[in-house]
Design a protein around this ligand. Structure first.
Ligand code: ADP
Ligand code: MG
Length: 434
């Protein structure tokens, strides 16, 4: 688990409050594959080690229509006495029956009694030890479970129950479970994950490659991955002395695409098919959707997988094309050619339309680190990662005075006057450029 320390500490703070009888709820949000589920699991593992009962579930599109499916998962391993187990199963069965009988308008009301009884069970469990309820992908939870979870969250503030859920960022999505107005629900929180920053990508690379190599590929790795941890890891897996997207990268791109909702996936695939002609307007026409729907999907995609409406590398586009159903792809390619022919723009040829926004990998022309010798770069890299001169000396098996000499020369070459500026010049500039 890398670079989510601040978020983990925040959740841990909520947990310690919960253990003292002030529970609550938190929703972890963020773009696709930024590590929401990973963070939830890391936090749950920590809570479990410290003695909490952890009830974990995950929403899935397959189970979305199964009443109380998520709650069944949650309570699967609940530490309850045999009588309470029987009671639990009866409650869940009754809830499922009622949900089947209820119409859409009464669906929530019929769950209220079930929710109350389950809450009583949870509070009993919380009498023994704090309870963590964790639900990944809450947006895919069934309606009856959501209704119960909302009930739990309402009572959590004065209990030893903490609910932590994950939901992807979507334009205008209301977080149904958690009222994020802190004035009204001070015990409800949001933990917003963002893609990894250039310096965070650098740190991950530095923990796996030698410092010099890490530094040289950091900017490209950030540009190719968009800071998505899943893609960073894939690029590392493909790394063979150079940062070249390979099979692992293609698999990871497909894994990201598979996490999208259907409209978003269709827009990503349309952009793959249209290549350099993939304007929002053409995408909407190819898919037969509205411009607004396309724009919403693009917002989601640009937050992670795409950069200004384009795949970040031809390899990502090819992976997206390769993941398409061949029949659909043929049909869309034909339609795209027709649309482009009919388009009022100057005649365009739809063949080989690969035009990624990313620079080619390993282009380091404007990189200030090029001015430095290998030894200087190694020292500078560790300095920007926060090592003291003594620690650098220990790490590189050189004397402290050699470290100082290297740093002085580095400052002079890069025209900076100290460590803080060095980090800025090396980490931020080289990684953000492009
Ligand atoms: N902080 C992290 N450090 C290292 N790898 C991570 C981190 N967060 C996520 N990953 C990797 O990225 C993948 C996607 O993370 P996941 O939590 O499933 O994303 P999300 O739930 O946001 O869609 C994980 O399988 C894991 O391999
Ligand atoms: Mg997830």
């Amino acid at each position: 688990m890398l670079d989510r320390d601040a978020e983990l500490s925040f959740l841990w703070e909520l947990f310690t409050r919960c253990a003292r009888g002030k529970g609550g709820a938190a929703v972890i949000t963020g773009p696709v594959a930024t590590g929401k589920t990973e963070l939830l699991h890391a936090f749950a593992a920590r809570a479990r080690r410290s003695g909490a009962s952890t009830l974990i579930a995950r929403g899935t599109s397959a189970q979305r229509e199964t009443p109380l499916g998520v709650l069944r998962q949650l309570f699967r391993r609940a530490p309850l006495s045999p009588e309470l187990q029987v009671r639990l199963i009866r409650l869940l069965d009754e809830g499922t029956r009622r949900a089947a009988l209820a119409g859409p308008d009464t669906a929530d009301a019929v769950q209220l009694r079930i929710a109350q009884s389950l809450w009583e069970l949870l509070k009993r469990m919380a009498g023994q030890r704090p309870v963590l309820i964790g639900v990944a992908d809450l947006h895919l939870a069934d309606r009856a479970s959501l209704c119960c979870l909302r009930y739990f969250v309402r009572g959590a503030g004065s209990s030893r129950v903490l609910a932590v859920v994950t939901e992807p960022d979507r334009p205008r999505r209301v977080h149904q479970l958690i009222d994020l107005d802190p004035g009204r629900r001070p015990h409800c929180h949001r933990v917003a994950l963002t893609p990894l920053l250039p310096r965070e990508v650098t740190r991950i690379l530095a923990s796996r490659l030698d410092t010099h190599a890490a530094f040289h590929v950091a900017a490209d790795c950030h540009a190719l991955s968009g800071g998505i941890p899943l893609l960073v890891q894939a690029l590392l897996e493909d790394y063979r002395g150079a940062l070249t997207p390979g099979a692992a990268f293609a698999r990871a791109v497909l894994a990201c695409l598979n996490r999208l909702e259907s409209t978003e996936l269709a827009v990503a695939q349309a952009i793959a098919v249209l290549g350099e002609h993939g304007s929002p307007d053409l995408v909407a026409r190819l898919l037969g959707t509205t411009r607004a729907a396309t724009a919403n999907a693009l917002t989601v995609l640009n937050a992670a997988l795409l950069d200004s409406g384009r795949f970040r590398h031809p390899a990502a586009r090819l992976a997206a094309l390769g993941g398409m159903d061949p029949q659909r792809r043929d049909e869309w390619e034909r339609r795209a050619a027709d649309l482009l022919q009919a388009a009022p723009e100057p005649a365009v040829v739809p063949a080989e339309p690969v035009a990624p926004a990313a620079r080619p990998a390993n282009s380091l022309v404007a990189d200030p680190s090029y001015a430095l010798s290998d030894a200087e770069l190694r020292v500078a890299s560790l300095a920007t990662l926060g090592y003291s001169n003594r620690e650098i000396a220990g790490e590189l098996h050189i004397t402290v005075s050699t470290v100082e000499q290297h740093l002085t020369r580095t400052y002079r070459k890069l025209r900076v006057n100290g460590r803080a500026k060095l980090a800025e010049r090396l980490l931020v500039e080289t990684s953000d450029r492009g």
